[in-house]
Design a protein around this ligand. Structure first.
Ligand SMILES: Cc1ncc(COP(=O)(O)O)c(C=O)c1O
Ligand SMILES: [Zn+2]
Length: 397
């Protein structure tokens, strides 16, 4: 397994020791990356060992990438190694089904890793603001690890997110505002309460958990990059994590360098700070006013790691696309009816963006594209029922 060598700032590249629990860069407040000595794991043999070692065990999930994640006993509920499903209609499209994770979303990966590391550092009280799914995941892993979870989330999150956080025993504060307001409330209280802040990109291990999506999709495609990756983007942890995974895989010699996928950040026209900054060629985003979308995970008006995402989008020759709410709903209906998959609204934003890029000729049908369904549609039953106008009939047969 990999030994962490140090933490490195994503902005000013300062190095920090691993002795104390990492937060953000002490010099410039940039997000930190975990750096390892990867030299023992170079080459194809080490890559091929992953499947061999994994199949000899009953279950490994995302922990199959032991050689590139911290060497610490995991707090696991069965996260990762999710199915990659070929579309029935689009020759090149593969759906990465993250709804199969514990707590029904990809947030499980980041929280499994962050809680694992928090436990290893001896931290007992964790806190996070959340658009919804991160709250459920944090609450579940905190329960499994026997530590406290303090959660702040908008009062109108999907009901499932509130329900799960309560059932897992977290302390939940519902806020009349957005995730940015939740983050502010948390920041005001954390010192006095002794909470460790595991907000998006304010500690480096959620990225380490989510980077496993990058390893998985490449391994599942036969250790080859697809042409494009469609990622419904809020705080951007997955996008940043996958790009880190690609860099590590190249350093390890597990994939050929030079042909990384185009990273496509997908947002809703109701909240598209990254798209606006990308289109204006800016280095950072501006706070999006009156953010509103039924894809609640995309309701992040000013992501902390915007500068990292924008750099990745440019470096990958990628794109940032905002999808109208009606197109998200139409794609959700379309994939349910024609593919048998009830996407989460965020995933449906990704599939809608994919259809748009096919129509406009930016991508060809045979180009391999991985579309992230970041959560299970069933977590949104109240939200989808409302936007799709579905009610239980009053009369029965
Ligand atoms: C289902 C779903 N998809 C996408 C996102 C956005 O994820 P990220 O913050 O990694 O950009 C979220 C965040 O809450 C989410 O819950
Ligand atoms: Zn820095």
């Amino acid at each position: 397994m990999a030994k962490i060598s140090h933490f490195e700032c994503s902005r000013c590249h300062s190095s920090f020791s691993i002795e104390i629990p990492p937060t953000v860069c002490a010099k410039c407040a940039g997000s930190l990356y975990v750096r390892y000595d990867l030299s023992p794991f170079h080459g194809r043999t080490s890559r091929d060992d992953i499947a061999r070692i994994s199949s000899a065990r009953s279950w490994t999930g995302m922990w199959r990438y032991g050689s590139v994640i911290p060497e610490v006993p995991p707090v696991s509920l069965g996260e990762g190694w999710t199915p990659i499903i070929r579309s029935r209609r689009y020759a090149g499209a593969f759906l990465k089904e993250e709804g199969a994770n514990p707590t029904g979303s990809f947030k499980a990966r980041g929280m499994a890793m962050a809680v694992t590391m928090a436990r290893a550092y001896g931290i007992k009280k964790l806190a996070a603001p959340s658009a919804g799914n991160a709250a459920g995941a944090l609450a579940a892993y905190a329960a499994a690890a026997g530590v406290e979870a303090h959660i702040f989330m908008p009062k109108d999150v999907p009901f499932a997110n509130y329900l799960e956080a309560k059932m897992y025993g977290a302390s939940v504060t519902l806020v009349d505002g957005l995730i940015s307001d939740c983050g502010r409330m948390l920041a005001e209280r954390k010192e006095k309460q002794g909470w460790f802040d595991i907000s998006t990109l304010k500690e480096p291990f959620r990225v380490e958990g989510k980077k496993t999506m990058g390893y998985e999709l490449v391994e599942q495609l036969g250790w080859e990059y697809p042409e494009a990756v469609f990622y419904p983007t809020g705080g951007g942890v997955g996008l940043i994590g996958m790009w880190k995974a690609f860099a590590e895989m190249e350093e390890l010699g597990w994939v050929k360098p030079g042909k990384r996928p185009r990273m496509i950040a997908v947002q809703s026209t109701g909240c598209a700070p990254v798209v606006r900054a990308f289109e204006r060629h800016e280095q950072v985003s501006e706070m999006w006013k009156d953010a509103a979308t039924f894809a609640s995970g995309l309701r992040v008006p000013k992501p902390y790691g915007d500068y990292i995402m924008l750099e990745i989008l440019r470096e990958s020759n990628g794109l940032a696309i905002a999808v109208p709410e009606e197109a998200i709903l139409a794609s959700l209906r379309d994939w349910a009816k024609n593919e048998g998959v009830l996407l989460c609204p965020e995933g449906a934003a990704a599939t809608a963006a994919y259809a748009h890029l096919l129509e406009s000729g930016v991508l060809q049908p045979e180009d391999r594209a991985v579309l992230f369904n970041t959560g299970a549609g069933l977590k949104y039953s109240d939200v989808i029922a409302e936007v799709a106008g579905i009610q239980r009939p009053r009369t029965t047969a």
